[in-house]
Design a protein. Structure first.
Lengths: 120, 120
DNA sequence: TTGACACATTCCCATATAGGAATATGATCG
DNA sequence: CGATCATATTCCTATATGGGAATGTGTCAA
């Protein structure tokens, strides 16, 4: 089997750098396809393709406005991804925590009993 | 061009469900390849392949222990991904914020001047 | 050394791209 | 209706899978 389809879920959809850039741009508000394509320096068909993927996983919404199609961010689908990653947060703050613990231990030891050589 | 390689970055590496499961399992501590393969119901070669990808993007570390190879989580590489997603956090809390604002407005209006019909 | 065990890699296949070019579809205007 | 602008889709190609099967590599014990 090949890799899972990009349209399968948000994890796959945001694996593509250009799609991430699209999402970032849309944080400022609705944008038409040609505006996105221009801002990101990609062709119009490519922009449409990426937007289709984002639409299929529910990360953007479309709205017709005359000849244009305005895409709007619908970031709710990113929440589960963010939360999944949050489950690992302790692992990158861990080293600091350990350092803190060590500092605490030092403090306690210092104020404890025999206060002979406190440095070295 | 084809899709970006799964080994290109953490975004691509975690696009694969089985690799995400591996990372979750490793939160509990080091595990050997065969243990991972068994726990996730996948073949040993598949486990090795996924672990290789995770190793190449720096999400796990290996350590030889006799005939076994113990894989350990190195979640630091997930931090940038988590932070990127954090940039969208406002968009899924937004609706609640708006609701709060609305409630504030109601409260102010109520306590303001003419206190005629306060409900409807 | 030989055998056994734990992993890693290679080979092969079906599938899914991302990108460029060309074309189709939709909406608006005269 | 016909022309035009804005998008969407299709066709094509090169590439990168993920999975199964087979095989290579490394380590340890007898």
């Amino acid at each position: 089997m090949a890799r899972a389809a990009t349209t399968s879920d948000a994890f796959n959809a945001i694996a593509e750098p250009q799609r991430r850039e699209i999402l970032v741009l849309l944080r400022s508000g609705e944008l038409a396809v040609s505006e996105l394509a221009h801002d990101l320096g990609m062709s119009q068909p490519q922009a449409s393709k990426h937007l289709r993927v984002l639409r299929e996983v529910g990360l953007v919404q479309v709205r017709g406005s005359g000849k244009q199609r305005l895409y709007d961010l619908d970031a709710g689908g990113l929440r589960p991804v963010h939360e999944w990653l949050g489950g690992f947060e302790q692992f990158w703050t861990e080293s600091f925590d350990r350092l803190d613990d060590y500092v605490q231990v030092l403090k306690q030891t210092r104020g404890e009993g025999l206060s002979n050589d406190d440095d070295r």
